[in-house]
Design a protein around this ligand. Structure first.
Ligand code: LMR
Length: 351
């Protein structure tokens, strides 16, 4: 496993030492309970398997609800043997830290935006290409296709074994003024996730991209450190961005979805019956959550409209075409990195 980027991205030696100690301890504990890479199998019947599952969104979001349901179904399936602790709303850590913590065995499960795996693979950049996916159905068809399915476990050797893709929804643009045409974004500071594709997208419309953790966005908007952002209805509503962004453009220009991943060594160390059972639970929860995500986002949109705090701007076909045209060069910029085959497979999956 390659820990280089994780180690270099972190600040203090003390923290690094603490994590190495945690890794050593985790290895000792796994060895002590009879697990290990490639193993599973024998384990004491009284062994309790703890799955710490932090994430950054509110409990009512598509991810928040799916994580809670995973906890409930997993614990009901293995009473007293599996405990899932869900920490929503960045309570425990932000996404960047969770990528590192999973690799070091401090936590056992994550559901992090596909956009944030830039430094581990270029494949997931396909999900950030603006206007590539016209709907969640298109994303779902791609993820179920052979090319899409292959990406699920693509970074297992980097420490992230993908168990599922979970949807949030389609992204909207919000700002201090009506973003009716791409020119309206000129000079605005946009918060984006950790993604080079999103950085290029904002540059393409004349904005200034600022990569920032999700938990810092509300305050940055409130204090004017940033002017604008892009996110799903459910995130804009549950994190109250609509209270500090007077205009939201219904652009549906991109997608937010998650890789639900576990540390491969941890997962293989589970007894076979528990590992297989949890994978079945995950499949059920994925179907349940993904089927509800569009509805949760539509409810959030309705709540924002009803609040009167933010004006929702709908685009005419001509305005939408102008946004598509302005952002489209991003595809060519990243097609070599992502692979033209993967982009073609995404296009071919459109319903
Ligand atoms: C963001 O950072 O805007 C999203 O990744 C938050 C999330 O997890 O939906």
């Amino acid at each position: 496993m390659n820990f280089d980027s994780a180690i270099h991205s972190r600040d203090s030696l003390v923290r690094g030492a603490r994590r190495i100690a945690a890794l050593v301890l985790a290895t000792v504990l796994v060895a002590g309970c009879g697990g290990g890479a490639g193993g599973g199998g024998e384990a004491a019947q009284d062994q309790v398997y703890l799955i710490k599952f932090p994430h950054v969104t509110a409990p009512g979001t598509p991810k928040g609800q799916a994580a809670q349901r995973f906890k409930e179904l997993a614990e009901a399936r293995f009473p007293g043997r599996v405990v899932v602790e869900v920490y929503p709303s960045s309570q425990l850590m932000n996404d960047d830290d969770s990528l590192e913590a999973l690799a070091f065995g401090e936590i056992q499960m994550i559901a992090v935006s596909l956009s944030k795996f830039d430094r581990f693979t270029h494949s997931y950049q396909v999900f950030d290409l603006p206007f590539l996916f016209p709907s969640l159905e298109a994303v779902e068809a791609f993820q179920a296709s052979p090319a899409g399915r292959a990406t699920l476990t693509e970074i297992a050797d980097r420490g992230f074994l993908g168990l599922a893709f979970w949807h949030n929804g389609m992204k909207q643009l919000s700002g201090p003024l009506p973003l009716q045409m791409p020119e309206d974004a000129d000079g605005l500071k946009f918060r984006i996730m950790e993604s080079d594709v999103l950085q290029a997208q904002v540059l393409q419309i004349g904005g200034s991209p600022q990569k920032m953790a999700y938990g810092e966005v509300y305050q940055a908007l409130q204090t004017g450190a940033i002017d604008a952002q892009e996110n799903t209805w459910s995130n804009i509503y549950s994190s109250k961005f609509y209270e500090v962004q007077p205009y939201i453009t219904e652009s549906n220009h991109g997608y937010i979805g998650y890789l639900v991943a576990v540390n491969p060594q941890f997962w293989q160390s589970l007894p076979d019956d528990i590992r297989v059972g949890l994978e079945e639970v995950m499949a059920d929860v994925t179907a349940w959550g993904n089927a509800r995500s569009a509805e949760i986002n539509q409810q959030a949109r309705a709540n924002i409209a009803e609040s009167g705090r933010s004006e929702i701007i709908e685009l005419s076909p001509e305005e939408l075409a102008a946004w598509q045209e302005a952002m489209r060069p991003v595809w060519d910029q990243f097609s070599d990195d992502i692979g033209a085959d993967l982009i073609d497979a995404a296009i071919a999956s459109r319903p």
